[in-house]
Design a protein around this ligand. Structure first.
Ligand SMILES: Cc1ncc(COP(=O)(O)O)c(C=O)c1O
Length: 394
């Protein structure tokens, strides 16, 4: 069908979109009455299902008090929720800059890094995704970058953590290109949509020490792995990392309001007490985004939620181990409720939908990021359906 609007990252001709009639928890019901189970939190943002009552309640309350954005004003919830976010991040010494998406978080992080250091070049991984705006796309290392002729002199690619001598090579790249020109390194703490890859403690230690040695800021992109996705509130908590800047979005509002945030260190916030922060948005710290975040923080701090999530992580690991021995499965990588299953061929997402499962399938890989609010039976049932679809298409 030809739609009067564009569909993202697609050739536009003859597309067939899912026609959503209603949503409930992790279940999408289509116009023709079919129930589809969401096993990728749509695009990794529906952490709390599609209509979590606590987030809805908070948004409605805000709609009835101060619903309009006003970047330079304070309003009920703005200070309290920001303090709660800093506390949840265990980063009370820094400050938050709010945005409306992951790409905008990355965009502002890059601007701040370049402003603070007065340097221009950003280091980024070979295999990475950071968003679709020009700056974020420039640091992105995947098929989506080249078509847009992004400014290649802004970015240098560093090797993936498992590449032989990755740290030594990274250091060589910096020295060769003049450390006085390199502002920051941006890394997805745990690579999300491009395959669920993570660096070892040693690699991270090496990256931090390279940053310190050459006065390069460490920007962590936690857009996918933040807000409990990987078994901890944030990816950096797996390695006790000490970033200068952290980018957030997606789970920050459970996808119900376009929202994002950038955390910056105390040193950076002190710089801006005497220098102009040259960043801004009409919808900065939008009250509805703040309200959704307030709801999210209520959910993630709830003991029943945490207990259920621990159970889900355990079952997810168990279920994934069954896939490892399947003849069509090359490799499984997982952490928390995020997993990549590499297959010996591509299985189009439509075959999973036929079996009642929505997930992200790209090339010969499927990515699973189920909503964090499922119950154990739902998770087992969904994993069985995924297994069966792989079996049917082997
Ligand atoms: C790691 C990462 N960073 C940034 C982004 C960009 O987020 P948004 O699409 O909200 O702009 C994404 C989106 O998928 C992402 O996966």
């Amino acid at each position: 069908m030809d739609y009067p609007f564009y569909v993202t990252w697609s050739k536009q001709k003859d597309l067939e979109l899912i026609d959503i009639k209603s949503v409930s928890g992790a279940i999408i019901t289509t116009k023709d009455g079919k129930d589809i189970f969401d096993m990728s939190s749509i695009s990794y943002q529906a952490h709390f299902g599609h209509n979590h009552p606590i987030i809805i309640k908070n948004i409605i309350e805000q709609l009835n008090t101060v619903p309009m954005s006003s970047p330079k004003a304070n309003f009920p919830n703005k200070i309290e929720t920001t303090l709660k976010l800093l506390n949840y991040m265990k980063k009370e010494d820094g400050k938050i800059f709010y945005t409306t998406s992951g790409a905008e978080s990355v965009e502002n992080a890059l601007k701040i890094a370049r402003d603070i250091t007065k340097k221009k070049i950003i280091l980024a991984r070979q295999n990475s995704y950071h968003g679709a705006t020009l700056g974020a796309l420039t640091v992105t290392g995947d098929w989506r970058n080249p078509a847009h002729q992004t400014p290649q002199d802004w970015v240098l690619r560093i090797p993936e953590p498992d590449f032989p001598k990755a740290l030594e090579l990274t250091r060589e790249i910096i020295l060769k290109n003049n450390p006085d020109k390199i502002a920051a390194i941006i890394i997805e703490t745990i690579t999300g949509g491009n395959g669920v890859y993570f660096g070892s403690d040693d690699w991270w230690k090496g990256i931090r020490s390279i940053c310190n040695e050459f006065n390069i800021l460490l920007i962590l992109d936690e857009v996918v792995c933040g807000f409990e996705r990987t078994g901890k509130p944030f990816g950096y908590m797996h390695h006790s990392l000490d970033p200068d800047i952290v980018c957030l979005a997606k789970g920050i509002s459970g996808g119900m309001i376009p929202f994002g945030a950038v955390w910056t260190s105390k040193k950076i916030s002190e710089y801006y007490s005497k220098n102009i922060l040259c960043c801004g948005l009409t919808n900065y710290a939008h009250p509805l985004g703040i309200a959704a975040l307030k709801g999210v923080l209520e959910i993630v701090n709830n003991l029943d939620f945490k207990e259920n999530l621990n159970q889900l992580e355990l079952i997810f690991r168990e279920e994934l181990s069954k896939f490892k021995s399947h003849r069509s499965v090359l490799e499984v990588r997982s952490i928390g409720l995020l997993a990549a299953i590499d297959l010996d061929k591509t299985i189009d997402a439509k075959y999973f939908i036929k079996n009642g499962i929505y997930l992200i399938s790209q090339n010969n890989r499927i990515i699973l990021a189920p909503p964090l609010i499922l119950n154990v039976e739902q998770l087992k049932l969904a994993m069985n359906k995924i297994f069966k679809t792989i079996e049917d298409n082997s």
